[in-house]
Design a protein around this ligand. Structure first.
Ligand code: PGA
Length: 254
């Protein structure tokens, strides 16, 4: 069985108290051997809380990985409102989401800025979860693969082949995020297959590259999506906010 990455992006949700409740439920649910028995070689679970809830998450996380949703590339200095990699490492974060479409669109993060963030995160020995994907307009005008080429080649431009292999990629079509309208498993597979080929040309080979699909993943569409050969897991927003529905995504797959 292939290894599944079940990653939850909480966005601007979940206070410290709600985070504590989530992990209390999660640790009870993980007493169930049918899931915890897979943790490690067959299943990896991570959640990405807001900065302010990371410490609460760390306290209750058990075998779940805790990461951050964003980071700045400079280590310290006059960057009001930003958080640095050493600050995240000190909290115990090993993973950071880079380039989520909400960062690209709402906060205008450019491919160049994202390239600097990826480089800094990898230099510090952390794992970036690098998001890319097209808008509805780009898909409808036949630009999807051009968008991948631009976001991936520019985003990865500062990295060596070995560094590229340490990234966890997340294909997230913008039109499927938070809309309840997931890509079909064929659309998601086509996109992940194409990007795998593209990334493999920039790195040492296709089989070591990990690509997640994100965009309205729920227990009822999880099996089809996660069974696709080029999809290694899911980056889940809405359905990751409750421990039960989050784990049901994996249960639906196995
Ligand atoms: P969604 O969000 O599952 O709520 O669509 C996914 C994401 O933005 O990572």
């Amino acid at each position: 069985m292939k290894k599944i990455y079940l990653y939850g992006n909480w966005k601007m949700n979940m206070t410290c108290g709600e985070t504590k409740d989530f992990f209390a439920k999660m640790s009870r649910a993980l007493e169930d051997e049918s899931i915890s028995g897979h943790l490690g070689t067959e299943l990896e679970i991570a959640v990405f809380p807001a900065y302010t809830s990371i410490a609460s998450a760390m306290a209750g996380k058990g075998r779940v990985i805790v990461g951050a949703q964003n980071v700045y590339f400079e280590h310290k200095g006059a960057f009001t409102g930003e958080v640095s990699i050493p600050m995240l490492s000190e909290l115990g974060c090993t993973h950071v989401i880079i380039g989520h479409s909400e960062r690209r669109q709402i906060f205008k993060e450019s491919n160049e800025l994202l390239a600097s963030k990826l480089k800094a995160v990898l230099d510090a020995g952390l794992t970036p979860v690098f998001c890319y994907g097209e808008t509805l307009e780009e898909r409808e005008s036949g630009e999807t693969f051009n968008v991948f080429r631009e976001q991936l080649t520019q985003g990865l431009s500062k990295l060596s082949k070995d560094e590229i292999e340490r990234i966890i990629f997340a294909y997230e079509p913008v039109w499927a995020i938070g809309t309840g309208k997931s890509a079909t498993s064929e659309e998601a597979e086509d996109a992940c297959k194409y990007s795998r080929e593209l990334i493999s040309k920039l790195s040492n080979g296709a089989e070591r590259i990990v690509i997640l699909y994100g965009g309205s993943v729920k227990p009822d569409n999880a099996k089809e999506l996660l069974s696709m050969p080029d999809i290694n897991g899911a980056l889940v927003g809405g359905a990751s906010l409750k421990a039960e529905s989050f784990l049901d995504i994996y249960k639906a797959y196995v």
